[in-house]
Design a protein around this ligand. Structure first.
Ligand SMILES: C[S@@+](CC[C@H](N)C(=O)[O-])C[C@H]1O[C@@H](n2cnc3c(N)ncnc32)[C@H](O)[C@@H]1O
Length: 241
């Protein structure tokens, strides 16, 4: 198996594809209030669709976009099983095919970094009606002096900032900051690192190449466990100026 196949074998069935929880999605939706009744919402990089389901369950008219077909299928199936109207669309976050002002609410849990948060802030703003709300989460430093191990791990995300710098970037991109919210530790473990570590441990008899990928994933989980006071996941709740 190549590294990509191992990645998808580990990730394909996780409850969610990043740090978060339904409870946090609900908290953030509360922080985005007031919104119009049945707000038009776009979930960007929806993954298996957990945020889309929570938003739709709260009455939003949700469009969910992602590029990965299996996630789109999972989102569609979960929405249908729950009887919730979620429009599932294959589209890239860098070329969203919706007209200006089409949404009251833009949502993006743990995916904006893929195109760069500053670019996402800039390019997605047009999709919101004036006073529309953008909620996104991103990894942040929570200490001024992270350990060498934590810095080494996050070298893969050289643009990672702290809360103050993210807030400054959001304001400069044309948003007012309604709230920030550091995701609780359980949002890392309960539905993401926990099941991911279990999938790694359950891998039967890995070959050398697979074992190397599994070791990388173990390291990801272990770095978080050992250094959880040094970095976190921050939600920004922003209103388009
Ligand atoms: C870290 S996951 C987060 C998924 C989901 N929001 C969650 O929290 O479970 C990032 C998601 O972005 C999707 N993705 C990657 N590149 C993309 C792109 N250019 N446009 C849209 N989605 C993309 C991936 O398929 C994946 O579902």
């Amino acid at each position: 198996m190549d590294a990509a196949e191992v990645f998808w074998a580990l990730h394909g069935d996780l409850p969610r594809e990043g740090v978060g929880s339904d409870a946090t999605t609900r908290t953030l939706l509360g922080l985005a209030a007031p919104l119009p009744p049945s707000p038009r919402a776009l979930d960007v990089g929806c993954g298996p669709g957990r945020a889309s389901l929570v938003l739709a369950g709260a009455g939003a008219r949700v469009t969910a976009v992602d590029l990965h077909e299996p996630f789109l299928r999972r989102t569609r199936a979960a929405a249908s099983a729950a009887g919730l109207p979620v429009a599932v669309v294959r589209a890239s976050m860098t070329a969203l095919p919706h007209p200006d002002g089409a949404f009251d609410l833009l949502w993006c849990e743990g995916a904006a970094y893929l195109m760069g948060v500053d670019r996402a802030l800039r390019e997605w703003r047009r999709l919101l009606r004036p006073d529309g709300v953008l909620v996104l989460t991103d990894a942040v430093w929570t200490t001024a002096g992270p350990s060498e191990e934590a810095r080494g791990f996050w070298a893969a995300y050289p643009g990672m900032r702290d809360e103050a710098a993210l807030v400054t970037a959001a304001r400069a991109a044309g948003y007012d900051v309604l709230a920030t919210h550091l995701l609780p530790d359980g949002d890392w473990t309960d539905e993401y690192h926990g099941p991911l570590a279990a999938a790694v441990d359950a891998w039967p008899d890995p070959d050398a190449a697979t074992a190397a990928v599994l070791a990388e994933v173990r390291r990801e989980v272990e770095v978080r466990r050992a250094h959880r006071d040094e970095f976190g996941y921050l939600a920004l709740v922003l209103r388009r100026r």
